[in-house]
Design a protein around this ligand. Structure first.
Ligand code: NDP
Ligand code: MG
Length: 389
């Protein structure tokens, strides 16, 4: 039996992972499941999968969760520290599927015992990529990408020599507003931004897909994870979301990864890696689909892409600023405090301010520096959006 832990088990990615686990319960010994507000789901899954431990990140929900599991022998804990402690329990495989920078510390803790970490939490690569990779190297741990584009690149690279790679192309659906007049974007509402043409995902990443902050994050994620130069990474708008990424080699070949828009593919690939096993995802009928389309991204519609390019060039702690300012701006948009287009302005102003004060590029990427940069960026981003409002 493989010992596994799922961080962010109650979310969109976490639930897709538990769907795969529940289909073959005898294969897994579930050590810990973590969640946030949705303790009903957390308790339900901890019970049915017979987890050793269930943790919510909210301390105030401890007694409620404890009550829901009172008649079981599932251990219960609450708070960010309890999640970090859960991460310190050795497992063979862990899934990092918390949303936001809160995923960084548990991911680092899991790597410290040499586990295989399936990484959906792109924020940790964007804020502290070098730290994560170094931690994995030091402890003989493996990081496997779960983001669909990065899983696709990873699969296209199996057996290949990185020295032969010329370009990495990640695709984007274009999000909810791909057909809106650019002038109308300023009026976009939360409900309008929260629906995705192809994927069913958590609310935050769905809004980030409409703004392409998600693709900006993924550019940085590609640079960090695969160690390729920013100039080699391209974004291609592909409305059908069937080709997830392509890798271009020095002989002109492009290896494309094609699959249904179902995260259980990328999660399942990471779960069974290095093997391939049967997965319960749709088999594509390409004759029925008929055609696939491609367009260059419109930078006027998606300013987040240029900001991400700038961050890739800057390197250092600028990824931590980008992510934290983006998270804060997204909080502001969700709370109705700022408009849709204000999000990219807030991130830009925050980056300008923090790069002017220095240290962003030269500062060492230690956990303390990353957390402090994240904290400061949220303060500056809040100031920026208060000025806009
Ligand atoms: P969801 O919002 O659906 O789920 C997030 C999970 O994290 C939930 O379990 C939530 O608990 C928990 N959580 C929220 N805040 C905290 C916190 N502060 N500390 C600890 N746990 C917390 O997100 P997704 O599943 O969509 O995304 C998860 C990650 O995967 C993100 O990094 C996202 O970018 C990435 N990703 C997602 C894809 C998708 O298809 N959804 C595709 C590719 C990458 P609760 O809900 O109980 O409050
Ligand atoms: Mg993705």
């Amino acid at each position: 039996m493989r010992r596994i832990t799922v961080f962010g088990a109650t979310g969109s990615i976490g639930q897709s992972a538990l769907d795969l686990v529940a289909r073959d319960p005898d294969a897994y010994d579930v050590v810990a499941l973590t969640g946030g507000r949705n303790i009903t789901q957390l308790a339900h899954d901890a019970r049915r999968l017979n987890a050793d431990l269930a943790v919510t990140c909210y301390e105030e929900l401890y007694y409620e969760l404890k009550g829901l599991l009172a008649d079981t022998d599932v251990e219960v804990a609450a708070g960010p520290q309890a999640i970090a402690e859960a991460a310190a329990r050795p497992v063979d495989w862990a899934l990092s599927a918390i949303v936001g920078a809160a995923g960084l510390v548990p991911g680092l803790a899991a790597l410290a015992h040499g586990t295989t970490l399936a990484l959906a939490n792109k924020e940790s690569l964007v804020t502290a990529g070098p730290l994560l990779l170094e931690r994995a190297k030091t402890h003989g741990a493996t990081i496997l990408p779960v983001d669909s584009e990065h899983s696709a690149v990873f699969q296209a690279l199996v057996g290949e020599d990185m020295a032969a790679v010329e370009r990495v192309i990640i695709t984007a659906s274009g999000g909810a507003f791909r057909d809106w007049p650019v002038a109308k974007l300023a009026t976009a509402t939360l409900a309008e931004a929260s629906s995705h043409p192809n994927w069913d995902m958590g609310q935050r990443i769905t809004i980030d897909s409409a703004s392409m902050f998600n693709k900006g994050m993924e550019l940085i994620e590609t640079k960090e994870f695969f160690g390729v130069d920013p100039e080699m990474i391209e974004v291609l708008v592909h409305r059908e979301s069937l080709i997830h990424a392509m890798v271009g080699f020095n002989d002109g070949a492009l290896m494309a990864h094609v699959g249904p828009p179902d995260m259980r593919h990328a999660i399942g690939y990471a779960l069974h890696w290095p093997d391939r096993r049967h997965l319960p995802v749709e088999r594509l009928d390409l004759a029925r689909i008929g055609q696939l389309t491609f367009e260059a991204p419109d930078h006027a519609r998606y300013p987040a892409l240029a900001i991400a390019q700038r961050v890739m060039q800057m390197g250092g702690l600028s990824g931590a600023v980008f992510n934290a300012a983006k998270e804060r701006a997204l909080d502001g948009f969700i709370a109705g405090q700022i408009g849709f287009l204000d999000m990219s302005r807030v991130v830009e102003v925050t980056l300008d301010k923090m790069s002017a004060t220095g240290g962003l590029q030269s500062g060492a990427i230690t956990l303390d520096n990353v957390l402090e940069t994240d904290r400061l960026a949220r303060v500056y981003a809040t100031e920026a959006f208060n000025q806009l409002g």
